[in-house]
Design a protein around this ligand. Sequence first.
Ligand code: F6P
Length: 326
Amino acid sequence: MKKIGTIGVLTSGGDAPGMNAAIRAVTRAALYSGWRVIGIYRGFEGLINNECGELTSQSVSNIIQHGGTILKTARSKEFMTKEGRRKAYQTMKTYDIDALIVIGGNGSITGAQVFAQEYDIPCIGIPGTIDNDLYGTDSTIGYDTALNTIVEAVDKIRDTASSHDRIFFVEVMGRDAGFLAQNSAIAAGAEAAIIPEEKTTIDQLGNFISRGVRKSKNSSIVIVSESKLNGGVMHYAERMRSEYPDYDVRVTILGYLQRGGRPSAFDRILASRLGVAAIEALKEGQRNVMVGIDNDEIVYVPFSRASKMDKPINQELINVLAILSI
Ligand code: F6P
C-alpha cells in the first residue's frame, strides 16, 4: 500500500452542527502526523470540479464553535455516475491525495464506499448528520445539537399549546429514522411520537390524547418524524381534525432551523474524537471503514454495515415515552 503523505477531507450531504469541529480535528491530527491536508469544497461535487485548497492549522482555527461547514456541502448527483467518479479520481491525482476522509451521513458513506472500491483508495468515513441513522455508532455528529434545538422549540410551543388548550403536531427532521422524534418527545415531555419504525393509527393517537384530556390535561404535543413512510404531519393533523372535531389542532414544522446553530459541547467532543480517530485509523492501515463511538469507545465500522438502512430504535425508548406520557 502507498505510504500516505497527503489526505483530502470533505463534508457531504446535509450540514450538521459539529462538522467544523470534525474538519478541525482531522486537519490538526493529520498535520500532527506530518501529512499535508487538502480541503475539498462542496463535497463530492468539489472533488469532481477541482474545488480544493490546502488547509493549515490556522485555516481551521476559530471554527469549532460554529454550525454549518466551512468546506460547504452538497448532494452530488454527478458523483453517482461512473464519469463523475472518474473526474473525482482525476482531482485526487492532481493534488496527490493518497487517502480521503468523508464527513457525512448515510448517502455520503455509501458514495465513499463505491468510490473506494472502484479506485482502490483508502477512505475513512466520519458520521456527520442530525438524523443519527448510521449503524454502528451510538451518535452521529450534529444529532445532539439538533435534539437540543428541537426540545427548546417544543418547550416554547408547549407554552402556547397549554394557554389555548390546543393539540400541536410538531414535525421534526430525521429522513426515515425516528431518533430525533422519539428522543425529543421524551425530553420535551410530549404525549406521543410518530416514528417511521412504528405504526401509529389515528385511533391509537386519539387514545393517547383523550387519555390526557380525561385526566384534565387540556393540551397535547405530538412529535411527528418527517418520514414519507408515515404520511407526514399534515396527514395526521387532518385525520385528527376530521375524526376528533372537538380538538383544536395546530401544526408546526420546525424545518431547517434544526440543522443550524452552535454545536453542543457533546457534538464538539464527539467530532474532535472522531476526527483524531479517522487519522489514527489511516495510520493503522484501516481503509473503507467509518469511525464511530460505541459505549464511549472508538470503533471501526465497515462501510457496508454503517450505511445499512435499518439502525434500530431501542424499544426501551418507546416504552419510556408510553409510560411517562399518561
Ligand atoms: O439528512 C439530514 C436532513 O436534514 C434530513 O433530516 C432531511 O430529510 C434532509 O436532510 C433534507 O435535505 P435537503 O437539505 O437536501 O433538503
